[in-house]
Ligand binder design. Structure first.
Ligand code: CA
Length: 724
């Protein structure tokens, strides 16, 4: 508390400009009425003590002000509010600052990322937010830079390249400020990179330490904080395999959390590269630290402990999801049982824990003093890769069929690669004891690569070591319907102590927004079908549902100014699922994508502008002139190189061009000018000439012509192009 008081005193004297209050200080909340970290405070519970808006009046929320944003791509940032100013990052790593009360734009900063970098993003050109400390704002860019800017003026203070830009690294996560350092990881594990976390000095961006999450491929020391633990133990968990070429993955693309109480730093590590453990590491070894939570000393980056959630990861089951720090009264038994007393009461002990709901479908409670597993229970239904966890060993009890590279048979996994919970932040309300998880079911097929196309590794496209045929839906109306029905979303209120779902709300589509909870007994969440919702945090009763015109994926935040409480959030769809989903997007497919910052308050009277008229789309595919072999080859190539940006089975997504209505389909020459000529490289569609020969480019065109004709004849209404 002493530090907080000092900060206020300095603020009053000098209007909070560039104050260096306490070099050992952290970026924790300076005032509970604001939202000073993307996760609220260092614990990242996303729980605000504000209760001016509460279960009795939340229905009176209306829009106070809104701002349209420049790019109709994914908006994933949580607004951060400090000293009456609201900061967001947007698609393409841009930063905007507003007066948090009036909405007046104060400044903006565009790091001018090259459009060509979009091809290196697995999951859209998104950014999840800023860190702020002592008058400085820190954020990462899609092209791997970490930038510091002045919070008052938006002027750049320093920037540093944190990645090798000859490799497909990206940054989408928010940095975290810890002591006198700013920490950042990176992404790129689908393409083939080696993951790490780096600490930089906040003063000038010089590197302090780095921790690699996977071994050095040459077996050398890196001169990094991670050297010792790899030499002692972690190297032994890897065997010969493609990781030595690809880098092994293990990117830390989202969660980094500082435990002030124990002075430990935790981060969540991503999936392996390639996904297929049989190819990655010869089917041998747990492959540390993939799919693990790792704890390190924040000052030096040296290893303290880890817990690996998915040993020998093979399904893109990242552990990068949001980590929450908490203290709970953990049940340890029942008093009175032995005496036959029917007034038995539950005995508890205080435990320092962290909560985690990674992609693999199980909710983990870890003792954060030592990484010991306390609980691992499913937070969704239908999980089929494992039936649970052995609490003695801390390891999953796996379904042997899930290891498709061992059986040689395709496996349709639940969860799939997009996870039972992806990056969308969850929140924890200490009063209800519940964690609110934006959960989902998105099944995915996995099989070993058999075609030369899927076996080939290269700079472009996903290099994940699976066959893509099983990942694409066959042309069948009934299968389309089944895929839509099997792909759903859910708000799950999970009770970590009971290891059970307390209540849940079903949504018709996956990829719903992050959550926020408050002392007003409220949970807030936007949905992929364009509604902004509020529920009673204890019971799940719906208290608000407002049409926001656009799908929502980001999480809200809340703050108080001059006695009024505000709720702020970004709208837009975007991110991995809407890009790749195809028809499985279901009810969210036709919902508009409007990039916008919306701020609400009780009695807000601002109305959103009318939606633009939908433009007429010409649906006129060329006559098919191809052989079935060309179409089959085109389909395999599409899966390997095009699917993750243009959507399953080329049905379009409303973000990237719908290839079925491309004006270039009728001309092999015009088509090739884009695919291998690079005519649209500034939009992220770089030349694929290093990967595709002329006959393959033609096969792709014939596949899309085939798709276009089939769709028109069969299910044009369900999968018609989405008007933008
Ligand atoms: Ca991944």
């Amino acid at each position: 508390m002493r530090r907080l008081r000092l900060f206020f005193a300095t603020c009053l004297l000098a209007a909070c400009q560039n104050q260096v209050v306490d070099e050992s200080g952290t970026s924790t909340a300076t005032d509970n009425a604001e939202w000073s970290n993307i996760g609220f405070d260092a614990k990242e519970q996303r729980h605000s003590p504000l209760d001016k808006i509460n279960e009795n009046n939340v229905g009176e929320l209306g829009i106070a002000w809104f701002k349209d944003l420049p790019d109709a791509r994914g908006q994933e940032a949580t607004p951060v509010v400090v000293d009456g100013k609201l900061y967001i990052t947007t698609a393409w790593s841009k930063v905007f600052a507003y007066d948090a009360k009036t909405g007046k734009e104060l400044w903006s900063y565009d790091p001018e990322v090259s459009g060509e970098k979009a091809v290196d993003t697995c999951c859209d050109v998104v950014n999840r937010g800023i860190a702020i400390s002592r008058g400085r704002i820190f954020f990462g860019t899609i092209d791997g830079r970490l930038i510091a800017i002045d919070a008052n003026t938006g002027a750049r203070l320093w920037e540093t390249q944190t990645t090798d830009n000859s490799k497909p690294y990206t940054i989408t996560g928010a940095p975290r400020v810890v002591k006198n350092m700013v920490l950042i990881g990176n992404g790129g594990a689908e393409f083939g990179v080696r993951g790490y976390v780096t600490a930089y000095k906040i003063s000038d961006g010089t590197k302090k330490w780095r921790f690699y999450t996977v071994p050095n491929p040459q077996g050398k020391a890196d001169g990094a904080a991670s050297d010792e633990v790899f030499a002692k133990a972690a190297n032994k968990t890897w065997s010969d395999g493609e990781w030595k070429i690809s880098g092994g993955g293990g990117t830390v693309w989202d969660s980094i959390v500082y435990d002030e109480e124990l002075d430990q730093l935790y981060f969540g590590v991503g999936n392996g590269n390639p996904w297929n453990h049989g190819l990655r590491s010869g089917g041998q070894g747990d492959n540390l630290f993939l799919s693990s939570i790792v704890a390190v000393n924040p000052d030096t980056g040296t290893y303290l402990w880890h817990y690996q959630e998915t040993p020998a990861e093979s399904w893109d089951y990242t552990a990068t999801q949001h980590i929450i720090i908490a203290e709970v009264d953990w049940p340890v038994g029942t008093e009175g049982d032995a005496k036959g007393d029917d007034q038995a009461s539950i005995l508890t002990e205080k435990r320092k824990v962290l909560f985690h709901a990674p992609k693999n479908g199980f909710f983990f409670v870890l003792d954060r003093t030592n990484g010991q597993l306390m609980s691992a229970e499913p937070y969704v239904e239908n999980i089929n890769w494992a039936e649970g966890y052995d609490m003695k060993t801390g390891r999953p009890i796996e379904n042997p069929d899930a290891r498709f590279y061992k059986t040689g048979k395709p496996f349709i996994a639940i969860p799939g690669a997009l996870g039972a919970h992806n990056w969308h932040p969850m929140s924890y309300n200490p009063a209800t004891g519940l964690v609110y998880i934006p959960a989902q079911q998105i099944p995915q097929g996995y099989e070993v690569p058999t075609s030369d196309i899927d076996k080939k590794r290269g700079r472009l496209g996903f290099n994940v070591g699976i066959g893509w045929a099983v990942g694409q839906l066959p042309d069948d109306k009934d299968i389309y319907k089944a895929a839509i029905a099997a792909t759903t979303g859910k708000l799950v209120a999970f009770d970590p102590k009971a290891g059970k779902v307390a209540w849940s709300v079903d949504y018709p589509a996956a990829w719903n927004g992050g959550t926020m909870t408050t002392a007003g007994n409220l949970v807030f969440q936007g949905t992929s079908i364009g509604l902004f919702k509020a529920y009673a945090a204890d019971s799940g009763k719906e208290l608000l549902s407002m049409d926001m015109q656009s799908g929502i994926v980001a999480a809200p935040s809340t703050y108080m100014i001059d006695g009024e409480q505000y709720v702020a959030f970004l709208t837009s769809k975007g991110g991995a699922f809407p890009l790749v989903a195809g028809v499985a997007g279901g009810a969210s497919r036709k919902i508009p994508n409007i990039p916008r910052l919306v701020v609400m308050k009780l009695g807000g009277k601002t109305t959103l502008p009318a939606l633009p008229e939908k433009s007429e789309i010409v649906w006129n595919p060329p006559e098919p002139t191809s052989t079935p072999q060309q179409v089959a080859e085109g389909k395999a190539l599409y899966g390997r190189f095009c699917l993750v940006c243009h959507g399953d089975s080329a049905v379009g997504n409303g973000f990237t061009p719908d290839l079925r209505v491309s004006g270039t389909l009728a001309s092999g020459e015009a088509w090739a000018s884009i695919i291998t000529g690079g005519a649209l490289k500034q939009h992220g569609m770089v030349s694929f000439s290093s990967q595709l020969k002329a006959d393959q480019v033609e096969a792709l065109r014939h596949y899309v012509i085939d798709r276009s004709n089939w769709t028109k004849a069969n299910v044009a209404e369900d999968t018609a192009p989405i008007a933008r």
